[in-house]
Design a protein around this ligand. Structure first.
Ligand code: NAI
Length: 318
């Protein structure tokens, strides 16, 4: 099988000075892409950050191996500057991998506004800023590939991570929306839920886990998702320890009540089993699917396609 190539494409990887991002950057540098190696060189909790050697070293490694790369030292909170580095040096951007991240684990009881805001600023606002700046270029050239990095913590919640989990799950809604808004411009956007040994995980995982969670083992699915051949968009993929899978929303068959004397708390309690019954699941992937479910439940005639749904109809759903 021929190897996947990215010749002539410009790939921006945020947080590419270490961990997962470093592996992505080196991979794309070895497959013909021009790589913007972004990293502000910060501590794992975002407290201090201006070690330019972190990004510079990775860019140097790519160049020493015969690739093309430029370091970028901007904070993702000023994501537009990172995209300017791509445009200024290479004249275009094809792939954006939002990967930069920090942790400030703390229970809600002890959370400060700084713990909350900084996590959201880096993970969510940072991804917004880079994507917002790349978007006009993607639209104009009718081509773009985006990966936003989420976490199992975001999908399922995790003790001591309400700040991180909320920012990470917000990236799911953000990405799924970009996939829809970008569809007609050949802009593909997906969510990655990785697992890899890095400084973010070294304090929580055992040495045995660290051994099998190689960051470079996450690279193959990123390579596929941002390749020009990929049409899959608006989806969530997990990758860790050589295991690759897809995650999707599942809706139970549900309980249908009517606005008569059956629509009571007691009726909901009686129908609890039906609300939990996943024997006939639905896998919605858009607001139109939710409307379809309600229409079937209420036996209404079908609505127009999702893009024609008026604001008024959406309000009815709320
Ligand atoms: P890492 O700490 O090894 O690398 C993250 C890099 O991002 C660092 O080099 C850091 O300097 C840089 N960075 C941090 N804030 C930045 C900012 N504001 N602007 C620019 N660069 C910044 O972490 P790792 O493990 O490689 O994580 C990468 C991404 O994957 C993160 O978004 C993380 O939340 C996510 N993730 C990682 C998991 C894992 O198992 N390692 C699990 C789930 C999610």
């Amino acid at each position: 099988m021929p190897e996947l190539r990215y010749d002539g494409q410009v790939v921006v990887v945020t947080g590419a000075g270490a961990g997962l991002g470093k592996q992505y950057a080196k991979f794309f540098g070895s497959r013909g892409a021009k790589v913007v190696v972004n990293d502000l060189g910060g501590t794992f909790n975002g407290e201090v950050g201006n070690d330019q050697r972190v990004a510079a070293q990775v860019a140097d490694e790519i160049k020493a191996a015969g690739g093309i790369a430029v370091p970028d030292f901007n904070n993702v909170e000023q994501g537009e500057k990172i995209i300017e580095t791509a445009i200024g040096n290479f004249g275009r951007i094809d792939v954006l991998i939002n990967n930069a991240g920090i942790l400030r684990d703390i229970t809600l009881k002890n959370m400060t506004d700084k713990d909350w805001d900084l996590i959201h600023a880096v993970h969510l606002h940072g991804a917004y800023k880079t994507a917002r700046a790349a978007w006009p270029h993607f639209r104009k050239q009718r081509y773009g590939r985006i990966i936003n990095t989420s976490s199992a913590s975001g999908l399922f919640g995790n003790f001591g991570q309400s700040n991180y989990a909320s920012a990470k799950v917000a990236l799911v809604g953000f990405t799924e929306t970009l996939a829809k808004e970008g569809a007609k411009y050949n802009i593909v956007a997906n969510v990655l839920v990785p697992g890899a040994a890095s400084r973010l995980t070294q304090t929580v995982w055992t040495p045995e886990m660290m051994e099998v969670m190689k960051p470079d083992w996450v690279v193959p699915i990123v390579a596929v998702l941002v390749h020009s051949s990929n049409r899959e968009t608006g989806a969530i993929f997990e990758a860790a320890a050589g295991h690759f899978s897809k995650i999707r929303w599942e809706r139970s068959g549900g309980l249908l009540l009517r606005p008569d004397d059956t629509m009571t708390a007691g009726a909901v309690l009686n129908g609890w089993d039906k609300i939990h019954d996943f024997s006939k699941p639905e896998y919605g992937s858009g607001i139109g699917d939710s409307i379809g479910t309600l229409e079937r439940a209420m036996k209404l005639p079908p609505s127009p396609p999702a893009e024609n749904i008026t604001f008024k109809n959406r309000v009815v759903l709320v």
